[in-house]
Design a protein around this ligand. Structure first.
Ligand SMILES: Nc1ncnc2c1ncn2[C@@H]1O[C@H](COP(=O)(O)OP(=O)(O)OP(=O)(O)O)[C@@H](O)[C@H]1O
Ligand SMILES: [Mg+2]
Length: 349
């Protein structure tokens, strides 16, 4: 079986490093503090949190705000998650305060409890009542951990939701929130801007790439060739997802080819070709300034490693590309996807 895995949460043998981050998270969970975990996309936030949560024996709730449609949907998802942990009979006493009783039904296929509300119910009231249930079921002996993934979406679901959530969270005790986010600029605005409801809400942890030496060992334990591991990491610059993707492709190709020579380059070419259509579509949808910025970055000719060096047009292009996730700052600006970078170098003259 291919010993590399990419795209989903990784656990067990597919998971490497993150020793320090794991220790910090475990320590924070052992306090009354909340955690804010930030990194660019696909650096391994969800995998890290999954690993940490598997080491603590406490009730856990995970909600991905990307898939929350509205405030009442958030209330419903919260209740649904609580019912998954405790059967209805056990939490009924915690629901006597409900001003608008939810309708509960059993999903015959999944066996899970579905929660819905009257369409006329006021969403903010529903959320307040649902959060109050959480407050009642979490106790000093059985402290809940609530993970809200893609937290930056909070400001998109509904205006004012951030403020309401913050004031509800403030009332709760005996639980930890872990808030994850991948759009760094938005997460920073939420947690670091004075006046924002979540200003200094919890301990902010920024997750970087996986260190070179650890990743190198991870690869050579699975592909017995130091030079191949070096080439892979050189191409991906230790990006967790792209490293696993490229290593997986190399491993696959090694089954049919007995020489290591040039195999990483062949794997890169194959992966760039596989994504050719996607990259072309991406490129077509970009404006000329953004194309120019990307080209400069691909050529590593970006003069603007700080704001003062950049013209306002190119700086706003950079910000736009960062917001859309095509460019990351780690700490220098670079194209997020090394295969896209290669595609640009190949196609754009
Ligand atoms: N600790 C790790 N060891 C090895 N590979 C990892 C590790 N963490 C992440 N990866 C690689 O990165 C991929 C993405 O990980 P994960 O989904 O946890 O990241 P994420 O930051 O939550 O991503 P997203 O921004 O999409 O939510 C994994 O599928 C895996 O290939
Ligand atoms: Mg994730």
């Amino acid at each position: 079986m291919n010993p590399f895995k990419f795209g989903t949460i990784v656990e067990g043998d597919f998971f490497t490093d993150r020793v320090e981050e794991t220790a910090v998270l475990l320590q924070k969970l052992d306090s009354e503090n909340h955690i804010v975990l930030i990194s660019p996309r696909r650096f391994g936030k969800s995998s890290l949190v999954q690993k940490v949560l598997s080491q603590v024996d406490r009730p856990q709730i995970r909600i991905d705000l990307q898939y929350v449609m509205s405030v009442d949907d958030l209330a419903a998802q919260l209740l649904k998650a609580i019912f998954k942990i405790y059967p209805m009979e056990k939490v009924r006493h915690a629901m006597t305060h409900f001003r608008i009783a939810p309708t509960l039904s059993m999903n015959a296929v999944t066996g899970a409890m579905e929660v819905s509300f009257q369409p006329t119910a006021k969403a903010s009231v529903l959320l307040e009542d649902a959060m109050a249930v959480l407050e009642k079921v979490t106790t000093a002996e059985n402290r809940f951990i609530v993970v809200l993934d893609e937290f930056q979406e909070v400001v998109k679901i509904q205006k004012g939701l951030d403020r309401q959530l913050r004031s509800l969270m403030q009332r709760q005790h005996n639980l930890n929130y872990i808030l994850l986010g991948s759009q760094e600029s938005m997460m920073e605005a939420i947690f670091e801007k004075k006046g924002s409801p979540f200003y200094h809400f919890g301990q902010m942890i920024r997750m970087g790439k996986i260190p070179y030496d650890d990743f190198h060992k991870y690869i050579t334990d699975r592909i017995d060739a130091e030079d191949v591991a070096d080439e892979i990491l050189q191409f991906t610059a230790c990006h967790p997802y792209y490293t696993q993707q490229l290593a997986s492709q190399v491993w696959e190709m090694m089954r049919w080819q007995d020489t290591h020579c040039g195999i990483v380059e062949k794997a890169v070419v194959a992966l760039v070709e596989m994504h050719d259509l996607d990259y072309e579509r991406l490129w077509q949808n970009m404006n000329r300034t953004d194309r120019y910025t990307l080209k400069q970055l691909a050529l590593s000719q970006m003069p603007m490693q700080n704001r003062s060096q950049a013209s306002s047009t190119s700086y706003s292009s950079l910000l736009r590309l960062m917001k859309a996730g095509y460019v990351v700052r780690v700490p220098q600006y670079e194209i997020e996807d090394p295969f896209f970078r290669r595609w640009i170098l190949k196609n754009v003259q």
